[in-house]
Design a protein around this ligand. Structure first.
Ligand SMILES: Cc1ncc(COP(=O)(O)O)c(C=O)c1O
Length: 401
């Protein structure tokens, strides 16, 4: 019997998509939303939208309280220390660009920035461009055959010139967890700052930022069952204090004159202008929803589904998995079949997977591939989704071969 998902009914989009004969297997790109989040979002707008941190009227106070409550919940969920260490941005991408801009004065000629070979463009291009602007060098940490950063090679490459290490927690292409404790310890031993791209990792399992040992951690709300247009930047208090301010405007200033101004520290000093208030409130509801679920049961469901996905792919002739996926997703190519053609046929059969370079073009080039297909899972996926996917895959391969 196909694996059942007890979470499916909490996500109304799954029924809506099923009515259109769509099978959603692209949660690594964006996750569907629980009803509880949709209710919170609608509830905020229906009860009276108001700006935060500035109005004394009732709706303003209510919005500020709900907005700040999400920061507090996040601090708890992530074991992040003080809520003041969490800055709201408009996405993980913006958070990483904020960091690259905010830390820029620390870099000069000959300094090195270490990234891994599997980074998403969001955690590669801001550092690459910073290196180009400052005459610094981008050092790329290689992967082993499984698709995990090679610790021995990293030990050689992270040295006294390394000023910053920027790595993903969970690869969005390979589905591999990276050896963060070891890598972060290597960076710390060299006095380098560290940035962890938690865009994929934060969604799977619970992580303690206080224990992780990085200076900065970023992720996006929309992959964590919250609304789009919202990201989170966490930093150690001392690390946040080293950032230069980057966007200037309302609510980020302590004192302004015509010719000069003094800015607030984090978090508000890095949240210029009206933030994504509804999205922040929505993310709070997603976190509440998550906190109400049985974490062990959820992890077990994802693990069984993932194992079934891998077993099904491995059983098919000519299918090559990229790396050795450990969680949440798998990317693959098929011998003598172009990924774009295969993706087209899967799409025609109502299977929503992702095809292409997955915003990690250098990795795909390194693997000698123009593209790959990625199947990614959410708690709402079940065995029937996999059956539909494999049925569509077999049909497509028969046509293409
Ligand atoms: C590993 C990783 N980093 C960063 C991002 C960028 O996230 P966003 O587009 O939400 O800013 C993504 C999105 O796919 C990702 O998978």
């Amino acid at each position: 019997m196909a694996l059942h998902s007890p979470w499916r009914s909490a996500f109304p989009a799954l029924a809506a998509l099923a009515a259109e004969e769509q099978t959603y297997l692209d949660s690594a790109a964006t996750a569907q939303k629980p009803q509880a989040m949709l209710d919170a979002l609608a509830g905020y707008y229906a009860s009276g939208a108001a700006n935060v941190h500035r109005a004394q009227h009732l709706p303003g106070e209510r919005a500020t309280r709900a907005f700040e409550a999400t920061r507090t919940r996040l601090a708890h969920w992530l074991d992040a220390g003080s809520p003041e260490q969490l800055v709201f941005t408009h996405g993980a991408t913006e958070a990483l660009n904020l960091l690259a801009y905010g830390l820029e004065p620390l870099f000069g000629e000959g300094d090195e920035i270490a990234v891994s070979a599997l980074e998403h463009h969001a955690n590669l291009l801001p550092w690459q461009q910073l290196a180009l602007r400052r005459g610094a060098k981008l050092v790329v940490l290689p992967l082993d055959d499984r698709g995990v950063i090679d610790l021995e090679a990293a030990r050689q490459l992270i040295g006294p010139h390394t000023r910053l290490l920027a790595v993903s927690q969970l690869s969005n292409v390979l589905g591999t967890w990276q050896p963060l404790p070891e890598l972060l310890a290597q960076a710390r031993a060299q006095g380098a700052l560290s940035v962890v791209d938690g865009a994929q990792g934060v969604v799977h399992g619970r992580h303690s930022l206080s224990a992780l040992g990085c200076d900065f951690y970023v992720f996006s709300s929309h992959k964590l069952y919250g609304p789009e247009g919202l990201g989170v930047l966490w930093g150690r208090a001392e690390a946040l204090a080293r950032l230069r301010h980057w966007q200037f405007g309302g609510e980020m200033v302590q004192n302004a004159d015509y010719q000069n101004a003094h800015f607030r520290p984090a978090p508000l000093g890095f949240e210029a202008g009206t933030p994504a208030i509804g999205a922040v409130i929505g993310l709070g509801a997603s976190l509440d929803w998550l906190a109400r679920q049985d974490a062990a049961e959820l992890a077990a469901h994802e693990a069984v589904l993932h194992a079934q996905l891998l077993a099904g792919l491995r059983a098919r002739d000519g299918v090559r998995l990229l790396g050795e996926p450990q969680a949440a997703l798998a990317s693959f190519v098929v011998r003598d079949v172009h990924s774009a053609d295969l993706a087209h046929l899967l799409t025609e059969q109502g299977v929503a997977v992702r095809a292409g370079h997955h915003c990690a073009m250098p990795l795909l080039k390194h693997l000698g591939l123009p593209g790959a297909i990625r199947v990614s899972l959410g708690p709402y996926n079940d065995g029937t989704d996999l059956e539909r996917f494999f049925h569509a895959l077999d049909g497509a391969l028969e046509l293409l071969r």
